[in-house]
Design a protein around this ligand. Sequence first.
Ligand SMILES: C=C(O[C@@H]1C=C(C(=O)O)C=C[C@H]1O)C(=O)O
Length: 402
Amino acid sequence: MATPLIWIDEEVQAEPALARPIPFVFKTAGQTMLALGQLATLGDGALANLAELTSDFFEKQTEGPDVLVGALPFDPTQPSHLVQPERVLRVQGKHDIGAIPGLGGGASSHAAAPRILSVDPDPAAAEFANAVAVALDQLNAPGATMRKVVLSRSLKVMANRDFSAADLMRKLSVDESVTVFATPLPARLHRLRCLIGATPELLLEKRGGHIVSHPLAGSARRHRDTAEDRQAGNRLLASDKDRREHAMVVESILDILAPYCVDLSTPEGTCLRATASMWHLGTRIVGQLKDASLSSVHFVGLLHPTPAVCGLPRNLANDQIMKLEPYDREFYAGAVGWCDSAGDGRWHVSIRCAELDGNHARLYAGAGIVPGSTPEGEVIETSAKFRAMLDAFGIDGGRFDE
Ligand SMILES: C=C(O[C@@H]1C=C(C(=O)O)C=C[C@H]1O)C(=O)O
């Protein structure tokens, strides 16, 4: 069970941070899943053991909802944070996420929005550009075997009072093209934390023998002006660099899933996928399994981290991420979702998100680097990817690009 908050900064903190873990919330277009309370926690284990751990768990667990919900970290060797909730509530139809029963009780909610005291880029945009330049040297070196690496940067935000998960989710939900999520994270230094975000990317959904993955890679920011916006989308569709970057992700997912499927295809091919602030290249992959008894977690264990958030080959890209990023990604660029005893489940890539810890938040944005990428281009792309979260926090992002 999570430990209550013990640290209070008298200067800026009028009242305690999250006193109870916030509920797990998963809001896709037309449906919200809310998982309240914590009946049991899945034991620690790396991603490779997760299918076994979850099936053992469901075999032994005779009481409570037949579901585990939570987050998987970027590093597949690190433990996941999955819990069996006390109660699951599903709300269908168009609704205000902040008004869902149970949500307000778990998240602090204030009449006035917290006032932002500081925004600290980590690394600074110039340092991130240097890291991209180093990665490009590696990618372009004669005989290079690394083909793609995804590098990220973060913004550390501090406010005069606790952030409200409910308020942030309400703002993020204005964009109906994304999955808005909130998930409790393991406590750190006795402080409760959560991850909150608005992800456009489906890692894997499994229902019976049917699986779907919808990877995204290749991005451009959207524009207010319709003609300019359309042009940006068309440029992305025609961009050789972005098509290569995207194809690596799709091919890798198809290669991994093919041996398990009687039928695996990309019915619409590569399309433009729009969110309120970004254009992406996206390819919906659908498959029919040979063995429907394999769980969603089994496939997540094989797929994660895809080249959309790590790179290719995975081990070389991961080495560069460890060297070039100044922080541990923890649950950013991992996965959030649920699975049940029948093996069904739905997992989204945990991007366009922020870790919340009382009145502190850390926002993340990353971008795929391939030959043909430029440091300036990747700074612009990551700035655009921060937009959705910055808007939810009420922060003008422009000044963090220098
Ligand atoms: C890593 C992120 O996004 C990923 C990288 C993308 C890209 O490089 O074009 C696009 C979508 C995501 O798969 C992020 O938003 O933090």
